[in-house]
Design a protein around this ligand. Structure first.
Ligand code: KG4
Ligand code: ZN
Length: 334
């Protein structure tokens, strides 16, 4: 019998639904929210309302695209956390109503675990144990992945996430939210000629707030001398910022691989879409004899396929939750 899982993702500003059949992605539909650009960041109340408007059409589209019907769905997997409470509530409430009306089980999913398991949405898949650098707008973690549902965070950020570092510096440069993809775009046209400092943080942990401050003062200093400094040097500034964020990430990943002796290494999360990080990651892997894994772009940023994949492995263990389940804004991986 085919096992069809409906995945629902609504933790931040993307509403997504996906159908997974026996572990294979049949559809992965995402409604992005453009409104936040106006405010330079995600506005929780706006996000929550947009999820309400988007969720039914997105789920409908995912089911149609998969070529199945509602009655063929065996379970609904949903993001329980971490994320914005108002956003999570929409997905969780929808999942409850959907499961109740079809009398099917519900599976709660940790969004950060799901980013890691995005690697199992298609081939090639890493083998256990592997290391996964999970870099998104809200998190920066090095995860030791022992099995599908057995993970340990061995390094994390002490302040900003890598995505925030991209977004906040982009904002200082006058770029729209989310600035990460724009910094990436301009960086391709420039050279990393401005030397921003690499923070000295012990263990496998990260810090990005010092970098943000040093960029702020660098810009202030240079704008005083030349009010056109950003316009004239945008590509080189972006290349320098990106180069430093990437080197911070890669150096810690190298340290983690050395400490654990693991050569199966993956990256995941929205920032893994960054071309500089992808190139540096692959080059490092080649140098050090790692097997490297990067998900396809649509599985890097927030998506419901990764929720359905995680849901599938929990379904096989009959790891279900009841109607009393509630969203949680802060949720640990283990
Ligand atoms: O995983 P994600 O879609 O959502 C969260 O769970 O946060 O990650 C979003 C983050 C944003 O900070 C965005 O600027 C960043 O990923 N991002 C990028 C790129 N594409 C997305 N950062 C740098 N370069 C990119 N190409
Ligand atoms: Zn995410």
């Amino acid at each position: 019998m085919d096992i069809n899982i409906l995945g629902i993702e609504s933790s931040c500003d993307d509403t997504s639904a996906s159908i997974l059949q026996n572990g294979v992605v049949l559809s992965n539909c995402v409604a992005n929210q453009e409104a936040h650009k106006l405010y330079g960041g995600v506005v929780p109340e706006v996000a929550s309302r947009a999820h309400q408007a988007n969720i039914i059409p997105v789920v409908d589209m995912a089911i149609k695209k998969a070529g199945i019907s509602k009655k063929d769905i065996h379970a609904v997997a949903f993001t329980r956390g971490p994320g914005l409470m108002g956003s999570l509530i929409v997905g969780v409430s929808f999942a409850k109503a959907f499961a109740l009306s079809l009398d099917i089980p519900m599976i709660e999913v940790n969004h950060m675990k799901a980013h890691v398991l995005a690697h199992f949405a298609e081939d090639p898949k890493p083998t256990f144990p592997f290391l996964c650098l999970t870099v998104s707008g809200g998190h920066t973690q090095i995860v030791l992945v022992k099995d599908f549902l057995d993970m340990e965070v061995i390094g994390h950020t002490l302040d900003d996430a890598a995505g925030e570092a991209f977004d906040k510096t982009g904002k200082l440069l006058g770029l729209d939210y989310p600035a990460g993809p724009l910094v990436d775009k301009y960086a391709k046209q420039g050279q990393p000629v401005f030397p921003f400092p690499e923070p000295r943080i012990p263990d496998l942990n990260f810090s990005f707030s010092g970098l943000k401050t040093s960029i702020l003062y660098f810009l202030k200093r240079n704008l005083k001398k030349d009010p056109q400094f950003i316009e004239t040097n945008l590509a080189d500034i972006c290349a320098s910022v990106q180069d430093r964020i990437v080197s911070i990430l890669i150096n810690k990943l190298k340290k983690a691989a050395k400490q654990t002796g693991i050569k199966e290494v993956a990256i995941a999360g929205g920032v893994s879409a960054n071309s500089g990080l992808r190139t540096a990651f692959q080059a490092t892997g080649k140098n050090l004899g790692w097997n490297t894994y990067i998900p396809r772009f649509e599985f890097c940023t927030d998506n419901a396929a990764m929720i359905a994949v995680t849901g599938y492995y929990k379904y096989l263990k009959k790891d279900f939750v009841g109607q009393e389940v509630e969203p949680v804004a802060r949720m640990k991986i283990s």
